[in-house]
Design a protein around this ligand. Structure first.
Ligand code: NAD
Length: 335
């Protein structure tokens, strides 16, 4: 069993903890948080050992009636791998701690790429992360784009990708984020950081990205144009994408007209927290004009990186090859 510690138990961390616990070859050593709140209360209720991430604040947990198992250092010492799911920028600060205990660590997409030896997407570059000590699982949007571009590159070749990302203003729990009533070009300058981030997975890919932010919390939406190096039919492309386990091609007869219904479908499926781990790609939107492919896909920012973190744990421990890991993760989660 691979012993996994999770440092940072928020939106991503709590989902990764549950997904790790569901795997046949992994166990959760514990989770670390800076301060008591409802997520800390739930972590203990779910049976996770809770570690205090900051020594000076450790007594706050006892004051709130929440039992802790020790300090984060002890969690790191006992873990074969640590998943750092702390807020952007904190992961880089924690790197020293992981190095001190010689514990391989995964970081999240909010960190700069240079925090790690390699940026990771299971479908895109699993092997690059084998036995690496520091791996960054790319952001939700980069994950969604990598999953889409990997099969297109392999099957048809990609001359150039152009993607407009309509991004949710904040997660449902992020009450301080916005915009509330606006549409922001964000960033205003081009390209947005997403294109260069996809290049951390596919260095030779020609990709331009534009970002916007809108008053929504459920999911991101990508409007995609990929100029292919060959001219398959739209049906061929649809068949190819339907064969990808982490792309859900939304059938027209489901009458899912947006992210709201897609999330509702995930809840009807009984998915934990209504999570949509796969790209939600509208089958009907897949269109070919010459060698230009067009489509829409939705990305559930809170959960699509979760199976990728699980696969990255197997990559750094070199315990399975990529295809076997993806299959194992999918089968344990119900993807
Ligand atoms: P979050 O704020 O929901 O959770 C972060 C958790 O870390 C909180 O529980 C916080 O209390 C805790 N924390 C803060 N400082 C800490 C420290 N020093 N040590 C240990 N724990 C600490 O954040 P999130 O949305 O889960 O994001 C985590 C990372 O994942 C970021 O890099 C982010 O960019 C990335 N990410 C987020 C999303 C998303 O949409 N939420 C999607 C993909 C990637």
């Amino acid at each position: 069993m691979i012993r996994v510690g999770i440092n940072g138990y928020g939106t991503i961390g709590k989902r990764v903890a549950d997904a790790v616990r569901d795997q046949p070859d992994m166990e959760v050593v514990g989770v670390a948080k800076t301060r008591p709140n409802f997520e800390a209360e739930r972590a203990v209720a779910r049976g996770y050992d809770l570690y205090a991430a900051i020594e000076d604040r450790a007594s706050q947990f006892a004051d709130a009636g929440i039992e802790t198992a020790g300090l984060v250092d002890e969690l790191v010492a006992q873990s074969d791998v640590v998943v750092d799911a702390t807020p952007s920028g904190i992961g880089a600060q924690n790197k020293e701690l992981y190095e001190e205990y010689d514990t391989p660590a995964l970081y999240q997409g909010g960190e700069d790429a240079d925090v790690a030896d390699v940026s990771f997407n299971a479908r895109g570059n699993f092997d690059d992360a084998r036995n690496a000590d520091h791996v960054r699982v790319v952001s939700c949007n980069t994950t969604g784009l990598s999953r889409l571009l990997a099969p297109l590159r392999e099957e048809y070749g990609v001359e150039k990708a152009r993607v407009t990302l309509v991004r949710r203003g904040g997660d449902p729990g992020q009450t301080s984020r916005g915009p509330i009533d606006d549409i922001l070009p964000n960033p205003i300058t081009l390209p947005s950081h997403h294109g260069p981030d996809v290049n951390t997975i596919f260095p030779d890919l020609d990709i331009d990205t534009l970002g916007l932010k809108v008053p929504a919390t459920l999911m991101h939406m990508h409007s995609v144009n990929v100029t292919l190096e060959s001219e398959p039919s739209a049906d061929d492309v649809r068949d190819l994408l339907e064969g990808e386990s982490r792309i859900f091609c939304i059938p027209p007869e489901f009458d899912i007209d947006g992210t709201g219904k897609l999330k509702e479908y995930a809840k009807d499926l009984g998915r934990p927290r209504g999570d949509v781990w796969e790209n939600g790609l509208w089958s009907e939107s897949v269109t070919m004009e010459g060698n230009d492919l067009y489509l829409f896909q939705a990305i559930h920012q809170e959960s699509d990186v979760v199976p990728e973190n699980v696969d990255a744990i197997r990559a750094v421990t070199d315990s399975m090859d990529g295809a076997e890991s993806i299959e194992t993760t999918n089968s344990a989660l119900g993807i």
